[in-house]
Each structure stands twice: as structure tokens, then as C-alpha cells.
Design a protein. Structure first.
Length: 372
């Protein structure tokens, strides 16, 4: 193989694929990125962790076709440190056990593993296909991923449940929950998405898709089956296994009978909660909200640091009562609210609380109270 490629193009393409590669691998070949040069003047870069594979195609001057694997993170670091505008020459000889990289006066040799050992993820049959805007997919994932569970024991909560909802109206819906809070976001249904099966997109895939969407506003092509999903974004194709399991009936968690509305300035609430919770224990982050007619008394007690309290102006439609929350959960939800105010719709101090964005009816959040 012998190719010449512009440094920025190589860096961009490696940036798309190398983040899939785990820093620690028990299988050596999974630490490598695969490079395939074809006669059409393109290099295809592939990286995988066996569950997720990312492929990017980039233009290059191909003098000799061929393929090679090389350490992904090292190759990315080298490309990152080369000067802007540099041309990079990559070549192999014979059995492709060594890769030579040259740029200007710099040259290096990298040991390679056999390309035959590089695993190939078969797409299989992906019968459901639709296109969505980058804006919609970014919004669905960004506003729900904070609620993805980190507990590996409940693996079916370790991702975002993407499905077609037909509750009030047809919508493409994303839901995530860790059992303590829940996020449910709707987007207008793209053509051909109405009959897709519900799939659980793994946390790592969500992160990789969001990274790719930072660079583009183009359409996202989504193909899926009940076991795999493929996102095609620009020149990049990401294929992943789905989480095997049944997502819980989240609709039962969303309270329908709450009727006491607390309306408060979002920034003022976030600032007060963040400040007051400083004295609470790092594990529970417990705060108490004293709900009054025209204000909230936000307080926290720490076993060593003492206590703290701040008062924030608010509107509350019900009788006075106190309720406890995890401060981190309140702040995470407040970060998803785009409007100036945030609404908490409550029943009592022991029941799930509904959180709404007055300026976005398609976003619904639920937070469980805690004893304080």
C-alpha cells in the first residue's frame, strides 16, 4: 500500500473512528484501526470493539492499493501533532507487518498486526430504514442521555429507548431512565419510521453519534433490525449491536394525576440548588424544598459542614409542604429546559414529580423524591 493524504483529512477521519477503540484491550487487534486503500482514490478507515464498528471514507492519492492495521491511538496522536497543511505518506511493503509514515522530515515505523485478524461486523438484514434531521436526533439523544443508568446489573437501562410512539400522536420518541429520574422526548416522525420496532441504543453508541453530529447538519440515515442499528452520517457509518432486553413500561411511571404546579425561574433555581447542596453529603446530595405560595426555601444539612438555606421567588398553586430531591437530579433536568422557567407538577412529598418545560410540550421529565 502506498498513499498520500492531507494531514487534516487524516486527522478528521481518525478522530471519527479512534474513539471507539478502548484504551485497554485483551484482544490486541482491537487496539488497531484498519486502513484500506482502493483504486478510486479513497481510504476506508475502520475501528471496532466487536459490538460497535465505525467506518469512515476519506479522499487520498492512492499510488498502490492495499490494506493494513495500525495502533489507532498512536496514529491519531501522530496526526494530531503534525503541522497544519502537512502531507502524510503512508506505505507498507511485503507482508504489511510494518507501516511507514512520513511527513516532511519526520518519519516513523509502526508494527502492524495481520489484516486477516481484524474482525468484520456483518450488518445482516436491516429492514427498517428512514432519514431524520441531525437536529432531531441530536435533540432526542442530548436531552435524554443524562438519565441513562450506569448500573450494569440492569443492562436494559444502559441505553436510550428509541421507538415510534402512538400515545397522543405519532412521534419518534426517545426515553431513558435509571429508576430515579426519567426523560421522555418526542420529535416529528420521519417518513417510514412509524412502524419501527422499539430498540435500546447503547450508551456508547449515543455518545459516538453525538460526536459525529457536532460536525454536521446533514440528514442522518438510520437502518435497523431488532438486533442491530446503523447510523450513516456524512462519510461515516456506525453499526452497532443493540441492547438485548425489554425496556420497562415507562408510561406507568409518568404521573397523570399530579395537579399542584410549582413555577420558578430556571436559572435562579439551578444556582440556589447548586449552592445549597455544597454542604450535603457527596453520596446522597439531598436537598429539601419548602414549597410556599410565593417562594421556595431550599435547604440542605451536612453531617460535618453544617447547614445551608436559600430562598427563591416562585409560584405554587397548592398548600405548603416540603419535599426532598437529589440535587444532582434536579440540576440535570434543569439543564434540559430551554425556557426561562421550569414547572414541577406535584402530588405530595412521596410521589413521583413531573417536570415540564413551559416552552416545549414534547419534553417530559420525571424525578423521584427522597426522604430528607
Amino acid at each position: 500500500m502506498k498513499v498520500t493524504i492531507e494531514r487534516s483529512a487524516l486527522l478528521s477521519s481518525l478522530g471519527h473512528v479512534q474513539s471507539v477503540v478502548e484504551r485497554r484491550n485483551t484482544i490486541p487487534i482491537l487496539s488497531n484501526v484498519r486502513l484500506d486503500a482502493d483504486s478510486g482514490g479513497k481510504i476506508k478507515l475502520t475501528a471496532t470493539d466487536m459490538d460497535l464498528a465505525v467506518v469512515d471514507t476519506v479522499l487520498a492519492k492512492v499510488e498502490q492499493q492495499g490494506g493494513v492495521t495500525a495502533p489507532a491511538h498512536m496514529l491519531y496522536d501522530i496526526a494530531r501533532k503534525l503541522p497544519d497543511g502537512a502531507e502524510v505518506r503512508i506505505s507498507t511493503k511485503g507482508s504489511s507487518e510494518k507501516l511507514t509514515l512520513e511527513s516532511g522530515r519526520f518519519s516513523m515505523s509502526l508494527s502492524c498486526l495481520p489484516i486477516e485478524d481484524f474482525p468484520v461486523m456483518a450488518d445482516g438484514d436491516l429492514p427498517y430504514n428512514f432519514s431524520a434531521t441531525a437536529k432531531d436526533i441530536k435533540r432526542l439523544f442530548l436531552k435524554t442521555r443524562f438519565a441513562i443508568s450506569q448500573e450494569e446489573t440492569r443492562h436494559y437501562l444502559n441505553g436510550i429507548y428509541l421507538h415510534s410512539s402512538k400515545a397522543d400522536k405519532v412521534a419518534l420518541r426517545a426515553v431513558a431512565t435509571d429508576g430515579h429520574r426519567l426523560a421522555c422526548i418526542d420529535a416529528n416522525p420521519p417518513k417510514n419510521s412509524e412502524d419501527i420496532p422499539g430498540i435500546i441504543v447503547p450508551r456508547k453508541v449515543v455518545g459516538e453519534v453525538l460526536k459525529l453530529l457536532e460536525e454536521t447538519d446533514s440528514e442522518v440515515q438510520i437502518s435497523l433490525s431488532e438486533t442491530k442499528v446503523r447510523f450513516s452520517i456524512g462519510s461515516v457509518t456506525l453499526t452497532s449491536k443493540l441492547i438485548d432486553g425489554s425496556f420497562p413500561d415507562y408510561a406507568r411511571v409518568i404521573p397523570a394525576g399530579n395537579n399542584e404546579v410549582l413555577s420558578v425561574d430556571r436559572k435562579a433555581l439551578s444556582k440556589a440548588v447548586d449552592l445549597v447542596s455544597t454542604v450535603s453529603t457527596e453520596k446522597s446530595r439531598a436537598i429539601k424544598l419548602g414549597l410556599r405560595n410565593s417562594k421556595i426555601i431550599i435547604s440542605a444539612v451536612g453531617p460535618d459542614a453544617g447547614s445551608a438555606e436559600e430562598v427563591v421567588d416562585a409560584k405554587f398553586s397548592g398548600d405548603d409542604f416540603d419535599i426532598g430531591f437529589n440535587a444532582r437530579y434536579v440540576l440535570d433536568i434543569a439543564d434540559q429546559i430551554e425556557g426561562g422557567s421550569i414547572e414541577f407538577v406535584l402530588a405530595d412529598s412521596a410521589s413521583p414529580t413531573l417536570v415540564r418545560d413551559p416552552e416545549d410540550e414534547s419534553a417530559v421529565f420525571v424525578i423521584m423524591p427522597m426522604r430528607v
